[in-house]
Design a protein around this ligand. Sequence first.
Ligand SMILES: Cc1cc2nc3c(=O)[nH]c(=O)nc-3n(C[C@H](O)[C@H](O)[C@H](O)COP(=O)(O)OP(=O)(O)OC[C@H]3O[C@@H](n4cnc5c(N)ncnc54)[C@H](O)[C@@H]3O)c2cc1C
Length: 374
Amino acid sequence: MNSYDVAIVGAGIVGAACAYECARRGMRVVLVDREMVGSGATAAGMGHIVVMDDSEAQFALTRYSQRLWQQMRSELPDDVEYEECGTIWIATDDEEMQEVERKRGYYAAHRVAKQILGSGALRELEPNLRAGMRGGLLVPEDGVLYPPCAARFLMERAQEGGVETRLGCNVVAMGGERVLLDDGLEMHAKFLVNASGASAPALTPGLDIKKRKGHLVITDRYPQFVRHQLVELGYLKSAHSMTSDSVAFNVQPRRTGQILIGSSRQYGAEHKEVDHEILARMLQRAQEYMPGLGAMSAVRTWTGFRAATPDKLPLIGPLPSDKSVWLATGHEGLGITTSLATAHLLVDQMTGAPTEIPNEPYLPSRVGKEHAHA
Ligand SMILES: Cc1cc2nc3c(=O)[nH]c(=O)nc-3n(C[C@H](O)[C@H](O)[C@H](O)COP(=O)(O)OP(=O)(O)OC[C@H]3O[C@@H](n4cnc5c(N)ncnc54)[C@H](O)[C@@H]3O)c2cc1C
């Protein structure tokens, strides 16, 4: 009793994807969450399924995972709202247009579909952007989905495959092939997976994961006002900053006609409450790009916590100090995109199967090595 091949802590999109993949490979799995499925960062995320090129490793993981989402597309229920709407990276001036050129070259070399847009073409595709934008890069295969329903779908698939779920159960310790709940119940498994997102260091002390708070706003319905996920190129500066609070123009069309407006990044902000100063900055930034947003009604504002690692890559694989503990966390602002690839890489390593992409860049052991060489 209470003995499994795999015990996963965290039923966010990453834990749900891992549970599904383990079940597909015939493993006996229990998945535990102190709340419900998809209630952490997954409920707060924007759901942009995006290929990113900050590093080769980030590109490899996002591209691999995007392909897995595409393969799963026909199985996704309607409420997952998967739409291949494409991303447009927006350049406001010549300097940002140079970055568009660089990105185009990178994607060309890596066989990602893309198209440079001049200011006229950009205006035609997105007439509600302010006049005078310099241009942009359209990446048509990027998409969007609704993360809580995607997590629920993966969870249902996992349950159909025999995964046992224990929701409303708070894990207080994991290690040595044992998971301990706060009511004293113990579960045993060869593989313990810490997929508890930004809370991961509480269960695996010493992990260098910081909470990075984000705000989002969703509007009332304004169909066709925005047609692609629109992101300013300055977003990269915002995502790279290690210290200061930052905001960037990042808007998403929802199938309902609503517009999801982001985004902000803050370290050291531990409370879930909306920070009105940063929210005002974020909305101001959005209006600088799309003045019409200022006249719209917002129906909800919320926050969430990204799990940020120092090198901007997730931790996927065994913990060097306890080989029964496996990590699937640290996905920062890309965990919806990279959840499926994370699950495949993790389970390939557990079962000794070859991985589709090199797994070394994501191994938790890289962190120890960096420290040893520092
Ligand atoms: C504002 C914002 C916008 C984002 N936009 C995007 C985007 O557009 N695209 C993208 O790819 N990603 C995006 N992300 C990132 C994405 O949301 C996360 O990377 C992803 O949801 C992480 O999923 P997870 O399963 O690792 O963590 P979580 O969803 O946080 O799940 C962790 C789970 O662990 C449980 N848990 C924690 N501790 C315990 C414990 N002790 N016992 C039991 N259970 C426990 C929690 O209850 C929770 O359910 C965004 C994030 C934010 C905040």
